[in-house]
Design a protein. Structure first.
Lengths: 394, 65
C-alpha cells in the first residue's frame, strides 16, 4: 500500500456511494483501476452492501433510527416552553389591534389619496380641456371695443397680434393691412371692423358663420339679429359664456347657417371658386378700408389664384389639434342623431344638435374658427343635421 | 446484522437498503454529513469483520501436523 492508497482509502466509501465531487471521483477511479489492493477493498465493501440489501430482516433501521429521531425531536422542540406559550391567556382584542403592522397603513392611505387625486385630475383635464380665458358674450358689434377695453375680451388681450406678421396659430388670425404696424385703435363713430381684428375667435366664428354666404364684409354687413341668433342667447355684455350649448333657437340658427343651401353660400370645393370668393371679399374689404380676416392666411393684395397656397391643404378642412376630441364627439353626435331620428323625438333631435355643438366646441371655445373648415368637417353629417333641424323645428 | 451496534446497523440500512444519499441520511439522523461518512465507513468495516470467515481453531491443529 503506497502513499496514494493512504489518501484514497478514506474516500472509497464515498466513492462507492457516489458522494464525491467530480474531481475526487475521477481521481479515485483512476487509482482503483491501477491499484489491485484498493480494487479488492472496493469489491469487499460493495459485497457488504449487497449482503445488507439481501438480508430480509434489514429493512427496519432499527432502534437507532428511532432513538435518533426522538433525540432530534426532543432537542429541537421544547415541550415545556410550548406549554408555557400556549398556556398564556389571550390578549384582549384592543391590544391585538394595536399590534397590527403599522407600516402598511400609511402606504395604504397614501395610495388611496394618490389615486383619488389622480382621478380628479384626469376628470378635470378631460372635461375642462385647455384652459382659456372666458369668452365674452358679445352679440352686438358695437360692444366689441367696449368689451375689449373693459378687459372682458380676455382672449384677445392674451393674444397680442403683430399686425405685420401672420400668427402661426391654428385659428385664422387676421393679417394687418399694409402699412399698419400697431394694433389699431377703434375709431369712434366708425364701424367696428377695424377693431374686430382683435376680436376673439368666438366673435369671428359667430360673425363668419352668420355672414357666410354674404359677399360683403361680415362686419359691415352682418345684421345684429342674425349674429345674435347665431351666438348664445344671453344678453350682451353679460358674464362670459360657459361651455353649455345654447338653447334650441340658438342651435337651430347656428346649424342652420352651416347647412345653408349651396346656392346661397360660396362654393368651397374648388380652387377657382375659392379664388373668386376671395377676390370678391378682398374687393369689398378694400373698398371700405377694412381688412378681410376671413381669408387672413393669404397676404393682402393677392388677387390671383396663384396666391392660394398650393397643395391639398386649402381644399381640405384644417386638422385641428383637437382632432381626437372632434372624432370622439362626432361618434357620440352621430349615435345620438340616429337614435333621435329613429324615435322621432324633438327633444332627442335637440340633444343630438347639442352633441354636434359639443363636437365643435371645447372649453367654451369654438374649434375650427374658419367656417369653411367647419362646413367641411360637418359635411358628412350634413344630411343628419338637416333632418335634425327639421325635427327640432317642428 | 443483529450483532452490529444499532448505530451502525441503522446507517447501513439507510444507505444500503433505502439508498439514501449522505445528505438525506444526515437530515434523517440529525447529524452532520461528515459524521455520516465516518460512521458509515466504520459500520462497513465492522460488518466486514463480522462476515469474514474466522479460522476454526479446531481445524488448524490437524492441518498443522
Amino acid at each position: 500500500m503506497n502513499e496514494d492508497c493512504a489518501k484514497i482509502r478514506p474516500l472509497l466509501d464515498a466513492w462507492i456511494d457516489g458522494a464525491l465531487s467530480s474531481f475526487d471521483r475521477r481521481r479515485v477511479a483512476r487509482h482503483v483501476e491501477i491499484c489491485s489492493n484498493c480494487g479488492k477493498e472496493v469489491e469487499s465493501r460493495r459485497g457488504v452492501d449487497a449482503a445488507i440489501a439481501a438480508d430480509d430482516q434489514a429493512d427496519d433501521p432499527g432502534d437507532a433510527y428511532s432513538a435518533a429521531l426522538d433525540d432530534r425531536i426532543n432537542t429541537r422542540f421544547d415541550f415545556e416552553e410550548a406549554a408555557r406559550h400556549w398556556a398564556k391567556p389571550e390578549k384582549p382584542a384592543r391590544t391585538r389591534r394595536v399590534k397590527m403592522p403599522r407600516v402598511w397603513i400609511p402606504r395604504l392611505a397614501f395610495g388611496v389619496a394618490g389615486i383619488s387625486v389622480a382621478t380628479v385630475a384626469v376628470l378635470l383635464v378631460r372635461d375642462l380641456g385647455p384652459i382659456h380665458a372666458p369668452l365674452p358674450r358679445i352679440t352686438d358689434l358695437a360692444e366689441i371695443p367696449a368689451a375689449r377695453d373693459s378687459g372682458q375680451d380676455g382672449v384677445a388681450a392674451s393674444r397680442p397680434t403683430d399686425a405685420g406678421q401672420e400668427a402661426p396659430t391654428r385659428s385664422e388670425r387676421p393679417a394687418a393691412p399694409p402699412g399698419e404696424s400697431t394694433i389699431p385703435r377703434p375709431v369712434p363713430g366708425a364701424a367696428t371692423p377695424s377693431a374686430s381684428r382683435e376680436a376673439s375667435d368666438f366673435e369671428m366664428a359667430a360673425k363668419a358663420s352668420a355672414g357666410e354666404g354674404r359677399k360683403e364684409h361680415p362686419e359691415t354687413g352682418s345684421a345684429p339679429e342674425s349674429l345674435a341668433a347665431a351666438a348664445d342667447s344671453t344678453p350682451p355684455g353679460s358674464t362670459p359664456p360657459d361651455s353649455a350649448p345654447p338653447s334650441r333657437p340658438g342651435l337651430l340658427a347656428f346649424f342652420g347657417a352651416l347647412v345653408e343651401p349651396a346656392d346661397t353660400r360660396p362654393s368651397v370645393t374648388s380652387r377657382a371658386e375659392i379664388a373668386s370668393v376671395a377676390q370678391n371679399e378682398q374687393q369689398s374689404t378694400r373698398d371700405d378700408g377694412s381688412q378681410n380676416q376671413f381669408w387672413s392666411r393669404r397676404p393682402a393684395g393677392s388677387q390671383t389664384k396663384d396666391a392660394i397656397p398650393a397643395g391639398p391643404r386649402r381644399d381640405q378642412a384644417a386638422v385641428p389639434a383637437d382632432s381626437t376630441w372632434i372624432r370622439l364627439r362626432q361618434g357620440e353626435a352621430r349615435a345620438a342623431a340616429d337614435a333621435a331620428l329613429a324615435a322621432g323625438s324633438i327633444e332627442g333631435c335637440e340633444a343630438a344638435l347639442r352633441a354636434y355643438w359639443n363636437m365643435i366646441h371645447r372649453g367654451g371655445r369654438l374649434l375650427l374658427s374658419s367656417p369653411r373648415d367647419r362646413a367641411q368637417l360637418l359635411e358628412p353629417d350634413r344630411p343628419r343635421i338637416e333632418r335634425l333641424l327639421r325635427c327640432a323645428a317642428r | 446484522m443483529d450483532r452490529l451496534s444499532p448505530i451502525y446497523r441503522s446507517i447501513l440500512i439507510l444507505r444500503a437498503v433505502h439508498e439514501l444519499h449522505y445528505e438525506e441520511i444526515a437530515e434523517t439522523l440529525g447529524v452532520p454529513i461528515g459524521t455520516v461518512m465516518s460512521r458509515l465507513s466504520r459500520a462497513r468495516r465492522a460488518l466486514r469483520e463480522l462476515l469474514a470467515p474466522r479460522p476454526d481453531p479446531a481445524e488448524e491443529s490437524p492441518r498443522g501436523q
